[in-house]
Design a protein. Sequence first.
Length: 170
Amino acid sequence: MASFWLALRSLFWTVALPGMVAGYVPWRYVGLSHASFRWRDPVQLVGALCIIVGAAMLAVCIWEFARSGRGTLSPADPPKQLVVRGLYRYVRNPMYVGVTTMLLGELLVARTTTFALYCAGWLVAVNLFIIGYEEPTLRNQFGTSYEAYTKSVGRWIPRLPRRDSPGQLK
C-alpha cells in the first residue's frame, strides 16, 4: 500500500512541477500551442527528439527517486535516502537537465522569442533554486555523503564515474 501512495504522490508532483514548467505554461503562454510541426523540418525533428529524450530522462529519475530514495521530486516530499544511482551517477541534477532538454526541444519546435526568454528565465530560476536552497538542504540532510557526491559528480555537466576513485558511489 505504501508503494501505491508513493506512486500517486510522484504522479501528482510530476504533473504539478515539470508538467507545469514544460507542459502547461509553454502551451498556454509562450507559443507552443501556435507552433505548426513539420515533419520535414530538421530543426523541428531535433526538437521532437529533445522532447522525447528529456521526458525519458525525467521519467527515469522520478522512478529512481521513488525506488532508491523512497520520495518524490517535490521539495515538499523529498527522498529519504541520497539518490546516487541511475542518471545521478553522472550528473547531480538530471531531472533539471531532462526538463531543460524538453524546453530546448519545445523552443526548437515553436521558435519564438517569448519561448527563448522563458527558457532563459527557467535556467536562471533553477540555478538560483539549486544553489540557494537545494544544495544547502542536501548538505544539511546527508552531510559527508552529499559532500563526497558533489566532489565526484558535476552539477550540470555529466561525468563518467572513475573506477579508481576511493569513494566511488554506487
